[in-house]
Design a protein around this ligand. Structure first.
Ligand SMILES: Nc1ncnc2c1ncn2[C@@H]1O[C@H](COP(=O)(O)OP(=O)(O)OP(=O)(O)O)[C@@H](O)[C@H]1O
Ligand SMILES: [Mg+2]
Length: 294
């Protein structure tokens, strides 16, 4: 890591057990841990990998920004970051007076571990180092008090997810799933995760719901009804169904998200609809700082 030639968050430079206390331990405030914080934190997560979390995060964040909201995007998938490539972002954020300025793209302020380590480098930090790095992403980054902070959550309930829930105690969890009717298992995992992280589940987003063939026929390649079933199991609304479209994958690979490059497409309309529903849900009233995981 040290020979990457790039500057890194303090945790990366400090090295294991000798790391000095950081963040609020040094008197720097975490703007997102305060109950009066005006930012809604939208944690995009899922019970399984590869279901389109990052794709949803990126396009949903752009949909919120194009509706006039101020939006930050935090890529908390530290080990498997994909947001920089999806947004076509490269390079390092600038640092002045101990504040890190996030990179900007498509109207979003963005922070990702990918800005500090090369694509070719695996992130092999252990829990305490990651914890400090994530803390710096919240405490030392000049987010500018956004209306929404959309977070691409890592899979599962590992160290990163636990740290995120500690630093973002008012996060609202949105679960991305595919339409296979395996809802019960995903529901159990999602509910377990939200309970373990002590965060409210707010809605389900179904991805890869159907495919429009060139002749106009709609095929439900990955089955039918999984999102609705999961939403029912969890007692939260199904906020939208996103079709399987080549442009989403191509846009992600090329760094041109569909929401920005094809704003009048069917899929962009779906993301706009999901964004509107999330705005319409309003903030969660659950904020139980006393129950935060220590
Ligand atoms: N609706 C869709 N239509 C077409 N391709 C999609 C769609 N949703 C996601 N993809 C593609 O599927 C792949 C996986 O999506 P993505 O990386 O967003 O999933 P993820 O849940 O974040 O994965 P991981 O668990 O690895 O972080 C990507 O190549 C993405 O472009
Ligand atoms: Mg991802």
């Amino acid at each position: 890591m040290a020979d990457s030639g790039r500057s890194q968050p303090e945790a990366g430079r400090a090295g294991g057990a000798t790391a000095s206390p950081l963040g609020h331990e040094q008197g720097r405030a975490n703007p997102f841990s305060d109950g009066s914080c005006a930012t809604r934190v939208i944690a995009v997560s899922s019970g399984k990998g590869g279901v389109g979390k990052s794709t949803v995060t990126v396009n949903l964040a752009i949909a919120l920004a194009s509706a006039g909201h101020r939006v930050g995007l935090l890529d908390a998938d530290v080990y498997g970051f994909s947001v920089p490539a999806m947004l076509g972002l490269a390079g390092e954020p600038s640092i002045s007076e101990a504040k890190v300025t996030p990179l900007a793209a498509f109207g979003l302020n963005v922070m990702s571990m990918g800005f500090f380590v090369g694509d070719e480098q695996p992130v092999i930090w252990r829990g305490p180092m990651l914890h400090k790095a994530l803390e710096q992403f919240l405490v030392d980054v000049d987010w500018g008090g956004p209306d929404f902070l959309v977070v691409d959550m890592p899979p599962g309930t590992g160290d990163v997810a636990l740290s995120m829930s500690q630093y973002l105690p008012a996060s609202e969890v949105y679960v991305v799933t595919t339409p296979q009717p395996a809802a019960r298992r995903v529901a159990q995992r999602s509910a377990y995760m939200a309970r373990k992280l002590n965060l409210p589940l707010r809605g389900v987003i179904e991805n890869m719901s159907w495919f429009n063939a060139p002749d106009g026929t709609r095929s439900e390649i990955f089955g039918h009804g999984g999102g609705a079933q999961l939403a029912e199991e969890l007692g939260v609304p199904l906020l939208g169904q996103i079709p399987l479209v080549a442009a989403l994958r191509e846009g992600g690979d090329a760094g041109h998200p569909v929401m920005a490059s094809e704003p009048s497409s069917e899929v962009a309309e779906v993301f706009r609809h999901i964004a509107e529903r999330i705005v319409g849900l309003g903030r969660s009233r659950v904020f139980r700082q006393e129950l935060r995981i220590k």
